[in-house]
Write a protein that binds this ligand. Sequence first.
Ligand code: AMP
Ligand code: MG
Length: 405
Amino acid sequence: MPTFDEARHMVLSRITTLGVERVPLLDAAGRVLAEEMVAPWCMPLCDSSAMDGFAVRAADCGSLPADLRVTGYIPAGGEICGDVAPGCAIRIMTGAPIPPGCDAVVPVEETSERGDVVTLHDPVRTGQHIRVTAEDVAVGETIITAGTLLRSPEISMLASFGRALVPVYRRARVAILSTGDELVELGEPLVPGKIINSNILSLAAAVREIGAEPLLLGIARDNRESHLEKMTEGLKADAFITSAGVSAGDRDLVRDILAELGVEQLFWKVEMKPGGPTAVAMFGGKPVFSLPGNPVSTMVTFEAFARPALLKMMGHRRIFRPVVTATLMNDLRKKPGKVNLIRVSLAKGEDGFQAYSSGIQQTALLKTMLRADALALFPSELETLERGATVQCHLLREELFMGEE
Ligand code: AMP
Ligand code: MG
């Protein structure tokens, strides 16, 4: 049986990125750029004014106050006018091109005007308040490297260089299937002995949260035909996730039917808790995640295996959650031999994060997951962790990083 780390490595080392598609720029936000972007021109394209004021020749302003004759006007977006003669100035707006002959801009606040004469009161330095050609980006410079997550600043840069269509990695289409005779769908009548198929929705939400596309296949009943039919469909997607039916019960058909359909199992059972019975397989280059059915186990094993794999498929460089160190605020106890992923809530103490167990760590207790800001690692070989111990916490709510209470 692989350890938690070995199992993750077995999965992630097999994952390759999906293909590339060209999408309209705005649709590329939140996606990963698949090719290096090089500037086809420089920015700014020409010397331009950084202020509203007057374009002048610095040499005309040696003795103050200096009177200059205003002989023209260039608004933002205006065309460059002819040469500016000595002793003259051009009224100019922010962003407008600097006229030939001028080598400085004097802000309007530092001048006074009477008729067509402007008087400068402050010393003028050559080049002041001019945005120089190519000072931001040179022609041919790499503006964004392949593998970069496209956020608002990258969209701005790509827009500035006229990229209407952008090559990004495809979003993973992820088929999700629940298994079990006890399940009813949301909206159907619930009677004792039945439970609502919540896993399909928690998984779909988690898939959507990382920018992948969930395909909900519903419920496979606990018989071979139903499994075969649904799983045949599931194996057509880029990735396939099932929940339940993967333990050792006589109704647990998931692994057998997947094997019948030709998937290659990487492992079944991992030295971890929750999530011990997890199986992961490959079908061609596509991963198949068979997650245990208890809702907490389903979500935790999605976090541990499916989430980083799907992010990697979609080209992301950062595929793991940020890890913070925290001081444990409860005593914890377990049997040695399995790493435990403890649901903890985090608070900020004077010496950094404090981790509080979010309650009894049974996988059927959903409430503990709602209170979980992070999963704290309780190492495999240990039996006890005492209050005050240092634990590594994988942040489930990354906004905690930003200081949210
Ligand atoms: P199993 O591994 O098939 O025995 O499932 C384990 C337990 O997980 C079941 O007893 C259910 O309580 C729970 N479970 C299974 N499938 C779902 C589901 N789709 N939604 C919510 N809970 C589930
Ligand atoms: Mg079952």
